[in-house]
Design a protein around this ligand. Structure first.
Ligand code: KG4
Ligand code: ZN
Length: 345
């Protein structure tokens, strides 16, 4: 049965989110509602997400958001076919809030519960927005993850690369913190870089040319700190120049790492006529990085897909959609009602 109506819940980090997604007879997705409450303001003073504050904020916000998602979608709870909630990875306090709420709703309406891996949500988002067939490549770049994943099918993923230290979003956040630009750092660094000279500071390109497919950003972080210390006190122009140099180093590194993955994909799937690279995660908002990847894909004959920003960052529509994809494949977990959240899934 292709026609499904699923309530999704996301609470693994610092956004509380609920959404209703359906699929029509042809299997096409329709986002019926998608509400997200960002906790950024609650955490800004601390320069990062505070788990205890996040968990409490999820408790306060979630019920109201679920009601809003149902109202926006014009759907009553008893029409829902299943409830899908992020059950890992993430901050355990938030995961408990979302998963227990989902269990309660599923129990009351007597419908299946799906515990969804947050990364699977990101991985399948491009199929929610576009008519995209398996296999394809995913570059996931967020505050918590930096991965290249081969998406072979629903529930069939191969991780080709990961970071051996900091996540890419973290590197942006730490650079912003060092330069006192504010939190979250990515958008601040991008904005500052526009007025900067990328040639003034030449930062290392971590792992460039390295045989391992992985990422590393801690050396870059150290180099940024040394540059800032060497000219202290720094003025606005210094900060802009550092940001521009930092962003260029990141763009070069991404180009090098992703290029390897595109080559590997072509070797492995020579018959895929229209190979595709999908980006997801908050860092995918960065225009310079997007343009770098778009140009690289063009050169290698890949189509480049970047879902709308609202669906690139954490949201519940992607969780509901992953639930629909799993239900259709008969991959719902029979034991979901008795499983615990997995912070390190
Ligand atoms: O996916 P996301 O909203 O949340 C998770 O981490 O799960 O990603 C947030 C990260 C933060 O580190 C933020 O600084 C970064 O994405 N980010 C950006 C930009 N916008 C957000 N990094 C670079 N450039 C941006 N424009
Ligand atoms: Zn995420």
């Amino acid at each position: 049965n292709n026609q499904l109506l699923v309530l999704g819940i996301e609470s693994s980090c610092d956004e509380t989110a609920a959404a209703v997604v359906s699929s029509d007879a042809s299997g096409k997705a329709i986002i019926r509602s998608n509400v997200v409450l960002s906790q950024i303001a609650d955490h800004a003073a601390f320069g990062g997400v505070v788990p205890e504050i996040a968990a409490r904020a999820h408790v306060e916000a979630l019920d109201g958001l679920i009601e809003a998602a149902l109202t926006d979608a014009n759907v009553k709870l008893d029409q829902i076919d299943a409830v899908a909630a992020t059950s890992g990875p993430g901050l355990v306090g938030g995961l408990i809030v979302g998963l227990m709420t989902a269990k309660a709703i599923a129990a009351v309406i007597g419908k299946p519960l799906l515990g969804i891996n947050h990364l699977e949500g990101h991985a399948l988002t491009a199929r929610l927005t576009d008519d995209l067939a398996f296999p394809y490549l995913l570059l996931l770049v967020s505050g918590g993850h930096t991965q290249i994943v081969l998406v072979k099918g629903v529930g069939a993923y191969e991780r080709w690369a990961t970071t051996i230290d900091d996540a890419l979003g973290e590197a942006f956040d730490k650079t912003a913190k060092l330069l006192a630009l504010g939190y979250p750092g990515g958008p601040m660094v991008e904005e500052a870089a526009k007025a900067g000279d990328p040639a003034r500071f030449v930062f290392p390109r971590p792992m460039k040319g390295d045989k391992s497919p992985n990422f590393s950003f801690s050396g870059l972080k150290t180099a940024v700190r040394q540059a800032a210390n060497s000219i202290a006190p720094i003025d606005d122009q210094d900060a802009a120049d550092i940001c521009a140099g930092f962003q260029l180093a990141i763009a070069d590194t991404l180009r090098d790492r992703v290029k390897r993955a595109l080559e590997r994909f072509k070797e492995r799937f020579p018959d895929v006529a229209e190979p595709a690279l999908v980006v997801a995660g908050g860092v995918a908002a960065n225009q310079q990085l997007r343009e770098t990847l778009r140009a690289l894909c063009k050169k290698y004959g890949f189509s480049f897909l970047a879902p709308p920003l609202k669906l690139c960052t954490d949201n519940a529509a992607m969780i509901a959609w992953a639930g629909i994809e799993r239900l259709r494949e008969g991959l719902a977990d029979e034991n979901a009602m008795t499983t615990a959240p997995r912070s390190r899934w």
